[in-house]
Design a binder for this molecule. Structure first.
Ligand SMILES: *Cc1c(COP(=O)(O)O)cnc(C)c1O
Length: 245
């Protein structure tokens, strides 16, 4: 239990110093705890210490933890790959933002269901900035077009962009991914598309949050550095084959 609190404070120190070295206002950067595979008991330790922004990758895990977690007010983002056949179910839980809208087909289905339920949803557009075939996310060249199309959906509100970026120890290659997302944000802002807000850039994880903050991140998504290693490889959460509609 102690370790979670200590780990969070260590991560906060890293965020603080990255803000300082890059001349960023500390208030611009939020810590989102990536809680995949973490039990509600452990997540609630973070909540009780005031860290209430979390992200889950699988609808099934949201369902399993829902009753336990709802005792404590918190904000949930969805940060995994969303299959269209899970839209109806994800809307049963209090998900504030779907960070991973990466194709028009998904947005269409989401809009349809939201309209049916007379509800609204915040989203980020997920961009594949690393060019890796295995990663989800819209190709950077298609991002502006996707934002334009999704902006037409009345019940969906675009708040920013999200990327995972390259896993590499070569920092400059990782940095390029984050720079690309920032450039897209600027390009899209300039277009002043009605209904589109571009204030959030969700990028940076345990291993590279400093680089992400230096390049303009407003939300760092941190799992391992707070909760320790996961028992499943990340491929279990991310690299599901892409035939999924
Ligand atoms: C798991 C996960 C993270 C956090 O990764 P860590 O390396 O454990 O900090 C961030 N973003 C997404 C989309 C994730 O699935």
């Amino acid at each position: 239990m102690e370790d979670i609190i200590q780990n969070i404070s260590h991560v906060l120190q890293r965020i603080d110093s990255a803000c300082k070295t890059s001349n960023r206002n500390r208030e611009e950067v939020k810590l989102l705890l990536a809680t995949k595979s973490v039990t509600p008991e452990r997540i609630k330790i973070a909540f009780q210490n005031g860290h209430t922004l979390i992200g889950e990758n699988k609808v099934q895990e949201i369902r399993e933890k829902y009753q336990d977690l709802k005792e404590i007010p918190h904000v949930m983002h969805f940060i995994g790959h969303l299959q269209t056949n899970k839209i109806k179910e994800i809307l049963r839980y209090d998900v504030k933002c779907i960070e991973t809208v990466d194709r028009i087909h998904l947005a269409e289905k989401l809009q349809h269901r939201l309209a049916f339920e007379n509800r609204q949803m915040d989203v980020f557009i997920q961009v594949n900035t690393s060019g890796e075939e295995s990663k989800f996310g819209i190709h950077p060249e298609g991002a502006v077009e996707l934002v334009k199309s999704v902006s037409g959906f009345k019940n969906i509100h675009i708040k920013g962009l999200m990327t995972i970026g390259l896993f590499s120890s070569e920092k400059e290659k990782v940095r390029k991914c984050f720079q690309l997302l920032k450039e897209l944000q600027i390009e899209i802002k300039k277009l002043e598309i009605p209904g589109v807000e571009m204030n959030e850039l969700s990028m940076g994880m345990s291993g590279n949050l400093e680089i992400a903050i230096e390049e303009g991140s407003t939300i760092v998504r941190v799992g391992t550095a707070v909760f320790g290693e996961r028992k499943y490889p990340d491929s279990y959460y991310w690299n599901e084959r892409k035939e999924v509609i």
